[in-house]
Design a protein around this ligand. Sequence first.
Ligand code: SF4
Length: 215
Amino acid sequence: MAGVTLSVARRLDRCTVLGPGARAVIWVQGCPLRCRGCVAAETLPFEGGTVHTVDELADWLSGLPDIEGVTLSGGEPFGQAEALSALLDHVRTRRPEFTAMAYSGFRYEVLLRGGPERLALLRRLDLLVDGPYVSSARHGLRWRGSSNQRLVALTERYAQVGTEPDTSAGVEMTVEADGSLSWAGVPPTPGFRAGLEERLAARGFVLRAEAGRES
Ligand code: SF4
């Protein structure tokens, strides 16, 4: 595993609006898709982001208290499937019950045909949100940006999610150590980010250009 790296747009120690329970979140850098209305434009180029070793990220995740797993967002997590599989394996040597959820702009059926690295990551996930963000589709759903996206339970661990209320989990605001504001979550309405930035700017706040998630 030595030398395996992941290009990361942002990471968060704790979040309760991007998947079940309290979770760390990793937004990877780079996505090959270009969904109209994507809220995470800064994560789309494959250039940029911060390169971390898998060992470093595994140490970070393993040491976080009071979380049950990690959510992999982006960007497109399946664009860095090999490194993410290695990361989950590494964390689970120390925390065997650590759960993994991922977003993907690709449909589950496409990922199944996507080659060994993507299959290997799928096998390590408990929950998948699949499909591109479609701005004209219905919004305000639990953990998803548009109604074409599905919550696919891949293990028994989160098999119950399909029976729970399907309403928006909202977004969380965080005041960072340097005093800046950032947010995480799936916007309940199209244009959420622009509206939020506008309202905050009117009050003298500047929102950091960070990744939320619409897919
Ligand atoms: S919504 Fe998701 S899949 Fe679509 S372009 Fe943005 S990051 Fe990529």
